[in-house]
Design a protein. Structure first.
Length: 184
């Protein structure tokens, strides 16, 4: 075989590999860009992640929910659920807010807003079907707002099984953490 033919085969082989590598790279790069732009995040206009929640949203203030908004809901999500917990409570995790059947068409809950009529609020540990603001007995507590993207449109279980329902139907979740301590 002449050296010309060998070089021709090497060049042809290199071109084939380069075309395959380029297309794989573009697919991966496209996927990475989609993940960056489509990252499922939960934010608030009222406080930053891992920072203090203003007293307006606590039992020491107006006890209204802070504004919350989200981005990057997975395309296959059929509804959203929102849970606010205090893992630092003396008796174990204390749940402040549970809301199901949030339509994926909604991407914001305004400060103190009444939720849409189809949204179901379950009974929290205050014994109310509504938002209950931070009210720690002492020390700084963490308040975790978790937004779940679900593969079902409606919550069809009972109050006591909502965590099992979330475990079964969650396709993605995101968290926002606020801190609060009461003035002595």
């Amino acid at each position: 075989m002449s050296s010309f033919k060998i070089w021709a085969y090497i060049i042809l082989f290199s071109l084939i590999l380069s075309c395959n590598s380029k297309s794989d790279f573009q697919e991966n790069k496209k996927g990475d860009n989609m993940n960056e732009k489509g990252k499922f995040t939960l934010l608030s206009d009222d406080f930053q992640d891992n920072s203090s929640i203003p007293s307006k949203f606590t039992c020491d203030g107006e006890n209204i929910n802070p504004s919350l908004y989200w981005e990057g809901v997975p395309a296959n999500a059929k509804s959203l659920a929102l849970v606010m917990d205090d893992p630092d409570a003396p008796g174990g995790v204390f749940t402040h807010w549970i809301a199901f059947n949030i339509p994926v068409s909604i991407n914001r809950i305004e400060q103190g807003a009444k939720l849409p009529k189809d949204v179901v609020e379950l009974t929290n540990d205050f014994g109310k079907s509504a938002y209950g603001g931070p009210c720690p007995p002492r020390g700084t507590h963490h308040y975790i707002f978790t937004l779940y993207a679900l593969d079902v449109e409606k919550f069809d279980d009972n109050q006591s099984n909502y965590t099992s329902f979330l475990n079964k139907h969650t396709i993605a979740k995101t968290k926002l953490v606020g801190l609060y301590s009461r003035k002595s």
